[in-house]
Ligand binder design. Structure first.
Ligand code: PBG
Length: 325
């Protein structure tokens, strides 16, 4: 008989009581693992529910501030801000305007909750009338022509007080472009959290309702990654690290737990994962129908993302989960 075999070994011995299980648990969650996304819109006293994301709202600036305060009170140290401008145009001008919606929201949150870490998502899709993540040339998203606009968005967000800049556009070379622009603007201390590995995913559906950023033609497969590719994720990772990314993100999370694991093994910087809108919506829908126990499944999902290797989790569940911890 193999020496490691039954009856010498009985793994159930360590599962006999809650105290014992707590003692030997390998992966635990804490509110400090979470980054909470906020969707900020123009206007006053707006708190409009996002239909496909129960519990999530389009918030005017003062409501976003209140939400950030609540996050802080629950021990969630960070929010990531998405701006939805009143006016969109072909070049996404409001994304990099000094007094754009996201820049104003950053200023307001930093003023009201100075020790909240404010992350600025840098991408043009919420700001362009065509809904693509960059400017168009001949019906195509032009990589190099988009870089200076993203750089300008990063700089205006950093100047507004953003603590971390998170480019999510998937243009090649954008980390280097942002790093250079930030350094030149005297923002050399501002770290970049790169969405290094971002797949073209159907799981972003509800986000596009929340951010009104559905592409008006075509899709994002020409710049976001193909779901079948894993080695390419490591290539993207290497490039972003070489360009100066301080932290990296994998997105979505649940269908890509293997990718989170591989990225974590391959690099020595903090790894974040984005538990995206569609993942949230599916869980909420099933819970509302009474088909799964919502709280239990939420904690299991978040634990799985951390167990796969994520140091930080961007999640719409942040406040709910923090309340349970
Ligand atoms: C792009 C961006 C998207 C998300 C975060 N940043 C949308 C997209 O790429 O279409 C999706 C997040 C989510 O689904 O929760 N600015």
């Amino acid at each position: 008989m193999h020496p490691m075999a039954f009856p010498l070994h009985r793994p159930r011995r360590l599962r006999r009581s809650a105290i014992l299980r707590d003692m030997v648990r390998e992966t635990t969650l804490a509110p400090s693992d979470f980054i909470y996304p906020l969707f900020v819109v123009e206007g006053r006293d707006v708190r409009r529910p996002v239909t496909s994301m129960p519990g999530i709202f389009n918030l005017s600036v003062e409501h976003a501030v209140a939400e950030a305060k609540q996050a802080k009170a629950l021990g969630v140290p960070s929010v990531i801000l998405f701006g939805i401008p009143g006016h969109k145009d072909a070049r996404g001008t409001q994304g990099y305007a000094r007094d754009g919606i996201v820049q104003r929201a950053i200023r307001a949150v930093k003023e009201a909750v100075p020790d909240m870490q404010v992350i600025a998502d840098v991408c043009l899709c919420e700001y362009t009338d065509h809904g693509h993540c960059g400017v168009l040339e001949g019906g195509h998203v032009a990589n190099d022509a988009t870089l200076p606009l993203l750089a300008q968005m990063a700089v205006t967000c950093a100047q507004a007080g953003a603590d971390i800049i998170a480019p999510s556009d998937m243009m090649d070379g954008r980390v280097l472009a942002l790093r250079k622009a930030l350094d030149e603007a005297n923002q050399g201390e501002t770290p970049i959290l790169s969405y290094a590995v971002k797949y073209a995913s159907g799981f972003y559906g509800p986000f596009r309702e929340a951010a009104q950023s559905t592409p008006q033609f075509g899709d994002r497969r020409g710049y976001q990654m193909d779901p079948g590719n894993a080695r390419e994720a490591l290539h993207e990772l290497a490039q972003d690290l070489a360009e100066g990314a301080d932290m990296v993100m994998v997105k979505p999370a649940l269908s890509y737990l293997d990718i989170i694991h591989r990225v974590k093994e391959r690099c020595d910087v903090p790894v974040a994962a984005y538990n995206v809108s569609g993942e949230y919506a599916m869980l909420k829908a099933a819970a509302q129908n009474g088909w799964v126990d919502g709280e239990r499944v939420m904690m299991e999902v978040l634990t799985s993302i951390k167990r796969a290797g994520a140091d930080l989790i961007v999640t719409y569940h942040a406040l709910e989960a923090a309340k349970l911890l």
